[in-house]
Ligand binder design. Structure first.
Ligand code: DGT
Ligand code: CA
Ligand code: CA
Ligand code: ZN
Length: 600
């Protein structure tokens, strides 16, 4: 059965190919709208599309009779002749060009028509020969940028964004869990540790019948190809190229195996050396008394001093492994050998923030700028997630490509929000904000008189990414010095595996945030996870608070909050460090704090 996402992808590809052919823009737009509608419409459009009578489907806003017929064909046959014919006109590799940062349909069209470039490889060769710089609208600077973008992509070709592989992780875990011979199952490796990107997935199963599990795993429908099929370990590849390793161990081995395969490698090595000092040998299967070394063998000073313990400790859970070594339980996100073992030994590990601690969130978009759902739909979705408040922060006027709001439209939205809040009463609140562009020189897209009419504001950089570190740092610090900027959005502008962060002195920005009482956002979009987890301990030490924001452009994207929580945990944050863990009754004072102290 074809899914909504698959249909949306097909419609988007049709739009790109029609653009390459120079088709009518209205027609192209209709496909893009169709892709949005199929992903976001609340009704079951696929069921409607399966009917013989297509009138109800045609009546849906954004779907005309032409699209309805195509939906019907896709849903009933799984294929679309129009799409297949269109695709046959171009080489399959043409889509690689659209993946390259900075290349829009117009540029791809020129490259294809004038130089016959139809893949990332042929584009690279042409750039290296200097052919691209000669095309009108390109130039040497563009050519250099394209080469850099290709190099960045090549360097990251074997990595995947955590947030984007999450549905596959769920599917595979569920499949393994459903097998009758599975006693326990977990995804381990970098995914379990909450790394923002992963190279492969590592699943671990406890079972009395490893071979049965292996045979079952390699024959699942999600398997594109089998890399290795053994009796206790196998590896497969999914359709998108992601590799999944599976290890099967006995239920007794499971806790130590889970520690080992969760990693990180550096954490494992440190743990094993600690075990050795205490007279244990720790490996992927067990924690057992270390073998006494025979006097002849050369040993390290650590190993020769060990006093072997008599009895192996009883181990049922991961926590028992840590306990046997005199450590508190270490959450998977912390296992990077970044001080967590020392903290576990002296009982000073933080109690990490949890998704259930969140009471609300900030920085979300609506149809007023480039979001796909209305204020009310976003509020309903937030309520459904059990949140008490939702911050709206649509784009400001300089982000014209995102349909940014000018003062007049912004204030109209504020009035709408106030009206909705009257209706919600005490049970829920929308906070009126803006994602205010930080202009090139650090001035803000709205004046303070306008910002003062909002409940809060997020300041973000959306342009002039190549300023250089000193100018960029100055620009951002100037913006957050305004008392009306409550928080700083996506600090480095990175798009994981797609666009590098711009150059900015992060410690200097953290210091400025601490000095001005500005909150720093942890943007929870799977593309961003920005500010990066590696900086949050420093920020928290300096007293800077975090806001975990999904930057949702549609209702479903509010769920990205859980990714932000995972990253915050990886940054050692507790619920006291995260302002949206405050209940509605306390958050308002927090939002006013910076302005209030500035006016004193
Ligand atoms: P990835 O896949 O590159 O995103 O990162 P990981 O951490 O998932 O690495 P992976 O899949 O190669 O291995 C999974 C875990 O297995 C890793 O986190 C720790 C453990 N491991 C792998 N190789 C070694 C090793 O050479 N020594 C030790 N002590 N542990 C290892
Ligand atoms: Ca892995
Ligand atoms: Ca692996
Ligand atoms: Zn933004």
């Amino acid at each position: 059965m074809i899914t909504r996402d698959q249909i949306a992808t097909i419609l988007e590809e049709i739009a790109l190919l029609l653009e390459l052919k120079g088709e009518n823009p209205f027609k192209i737009r209709a496909y893009r709208t169709g892709a949005e509608v199929v992903q976001t419409h609340s009704e079951d459009l696929l069921a409607l599309a399966g009917e013989e009578d297509l009138k109800p489907l045609e009546a849906v806003k954004g779907i005309g009779s032409a699209l309805a017929k195509k939906f019907h064909e896709l849903v009933t046959t799984g294929k679309l002749a129009f799409y297949d014919d269109l695709k046959a006109e171009f080489p399959e590799t043409i889509f690689e060009l659209f993946e390259i940062q900075g290349l829009g349909p117009k540029k791809v069209k020129a490259l294809y028509e004038e130089l016959g470039i139809d893949s990332a490889a042929s584009l690279k060769t042409a750039c290296e020969k200097g052919e691209v710089a000669g095309l009108s609208g390109f130039g040497q600077k563009t050519e250099k940028k394209i080469l850099e973008a290709i190099a960045f992509q090549e360097a990251n070709a074997d990595q995947f964004r955590m947030g984007h592989v999450a549905p596959q992780v769920e599917e595979i875990r569920d499949a393994l869990k459903a097998h009758p011979q599975t006693t326990r199952v977990e995804v381990a490796g970098s995914y379990r540790r909450g790394k923002e990107t992963v190279h492969d997935l590592d699943f671990l199963v406890a079972t009395p019948k490893p071979k049965e599990i292996m045979d079952f795993f390699v024959s699942q429908p999600f398997v594109e190809s089998v890399i290795n099929h053994g009796s206790t370990k196998s590896s497969i590849r999914l359709e998108d190229g992601l590799q999944c390793d599976l290890r099967a161990v006995s239920p007794e081995e499971y806790p130590c195996a889970l520690v080992y395969f969760t990693g990180s490698k550096e954490h494992n090595i440190a743990l094993r050396s600690l075990a050795l000092k205490q007279g244990y040998s720790l490996n992927e299967y067990s924690l057992s008394p270390a073998e006494p070394k025979s006097p002849k063998t050369k040993t390290t000073s650590q190993a020769s001093n060990v006093t072997p313990k008599k009895k192996p400790p009883a181990i049922h859970e991961e926590a028992d492994v840590y306990k046997a070594l005199g450590l508190d339980y270490i959450e998977p996100e912390l296992r990077e050998n970044a001080g967590e073992i020392e903290a576990a030994a002296n009982h000073s590990l933080p109690r990490l923030v949890e998704t259930g601690n969140l009471h609300g969130t900030f920085h979300n978009h609506t149809t007023a700028s480039d979001g796909q759902n209305s204020l009310r739909e976003m509020a309903d979705a937030a309520m459904e997630l059990g949140l008490e408040y939702l911050g709206i922060a649509d784009h400001s006027k300089s982000s014209f490509q995102a349909n940014g709001l000018d003062e007049k439209r912004l204030l109209k939205q504020v009035a709408e929000i106030r009206k909705l809040n009257d209706e919600f009463g005490k049970k829920f609140r929308i906070f009126a904000g803006t994602e205010c562009d930080i202009l090139k020189d650090g001035t803000l897209d709205f004046d303070e008189a306008t910002l003062a009419q909002l409940d809060y504001s997020v300041a973000s950089v959306h342009s002039s990414f190549t300023l250089g570190e000193a100018a960029m740092t100055k620009r951002i610090i100037k913006a957050i010095e305004s008392p009306y900027i409550t928080m700083l959005g996506h600090l480095t502008g990175r798009l994981l595996l797609k666009r590098e962060p711009y150059a900015v002195d992060i410690p200097a920005v953290i210091d400025a945030a601490a000095a001005t009482g500005t909150i720093i956002e942890l943007n929870a979009s799977p593309w961003r996870l920005d500010m990066d987890w590696r900086w949050w301990r420093l920020a928290a030490e300096k007293g800077v608070r975090c806001s975990i924001n999904p930057d949702a452009h549609r209702t479903a994207a509010l769920q990205f909050l859980y990714l932000g929580v995972k990253s915050a945990r990886k940054g050692w944050l507790t619920k006291n460090d995260v302002i949206n863990c405050l209940p509605l009754s306390k958050i308002e004072t927090e939002l006013q704090r910076k302005r209030a102290s500035a006016s004193k």
